[in-house]
Write a protein that binds this ligand. Structure first.
Ligand SMILES: C[S@@+](CC[C@H](N)C(=O)[O-])C[C@H]1O[C@@H](n2cnc3c(N)ncnc32)[C@H](O)[C@@H]1O
Length: 275
């Protein structure tokens, strides 16, 4: 069962409070292991699209770091495809579950301070940390760390949550209050997430343009929407939208990269090569 986070649960300005909420949410409340596999059609599309974008860019037997890898859903398929994978996540319960898969290393850690030497991997995945880090400085640290541990010419992939979809999802099937609460205006204008209407301890929700700018400052550049414009509606239908998976996937593949449309996906995926 999801927990509805609210302003009483954390100090909504402090990363320390957000980090504590992350431990609580992923460690005790939310089954991240099923999010991309059985929980919803949108999750299945996220997995398929993430996989196809990453897989077609990796060379065989790549050394891959899955930072914020949760219970290991991506690490598992990467290892099965012959890549040499290591996973890192701050939530011990998730790391234990990932380690049980047995085909890759898993350890507890933080994206802002990776425990590996410079140039130690061919690709780094940051599929989660960026929307859980509130300050631009912390997000820059995480991107810089991913680029540091990746060899020159290697790839960094980073996921984000578009703020317009986060806003719309809060009011799907419900009427938005008029006037909008200040927290919602702040979410739309600055991407700051304040826990009052949306589940999960998010911290910052990007626009595609903002994400590209942040990646550019770490030397990285492409960006696509993963689930496409049907994604938010499919998320509401949970696992009952599987009959729409193929058409939604076709739309996502066609329109995922298009500026102006990509922000309508539930997730953005950006990537680039380390200079
Ligand atoms: C929505 S889950 C995504 C899991 C997986 N990467 C995926 O794409 O399905 C977000 C993950 O980011 C992790 N995370 C949160 N803050 C982090 C940080 N500072 N450093 C590394 N990982 C973090 C969480 O523990 C969680 O496993």
């Amino acid at each position: 069962m999801d927990k509805v986070m609210n302003g009483d649960d954390v100090d909504d300005h402090g990363q320390g409070g957000i980090d504590a909420a992350i431990q609580d949410y992923y460690g005790a409340w939310f089954d991240e292991g099923s999010r991309l596999t059985t929980r919803s059609t949108a999750g299945k599309i996220e997995l398929l699209r993430t996989r196809e974008i990453i897989a077609e860019r990796l060379v065989p037997e790549s050394r891959v770091a899955d930072v914020g890898g949760g219970t290991g859903v991506h690490s598992e398929w990467l290892a099965a495809a012959g890549h040499r994978v290591r996973l890192l996540d701050p939530v011990p319960v998730q790391v234990e579950r990932a380690a049980e898969i047995g085909t890759f290393r898993a350890e507890v850690g933080d994206a802002r301070e990776l425990p590996w030497p410079d140039g130690d991997v061919d690709a780094a995945l940051l599929l989660g940390p960026l929307y859980h880090l509130a300050s631009a400085e912390d997000r820059h640290r995480a991107l810089a760390e991913a680029a540091r541990v990746t060899r020159p010419g290697g790839l960094v992939f980073a996921a984000a949550i578009p703020r317009i979809v986060a806003f719309a999802s809060a009011w799907l099937g419900d009427e938005a209050p008029d006037p909008l609460p200040p927290s919602m205006i702040e979410l739309l204008e600055r991407g700051t997430f304040r826990f009052d209407h949306i589940r999960s301890p998010g911290a910052h929700f990007h626009t595609a343009e903002e994400l590209i700018k942040e990646l550019e400052s770490a030397g990285l550049v492409e960006c696509e929407g993963l689930e496409g414009p049907a994604g938010p509606a499919l998320e509401v239908r949970g696992s009952e939208g599987d009959d729409l998976l193929e058409p939604a996937l076709t739309i996502a593949r066609r329109f995922g990269p298009v500026p102006g449309v990509r922000d309508l996906s539930n997730h953005l995926l950006a990537w680039g090569r380390v200079g």
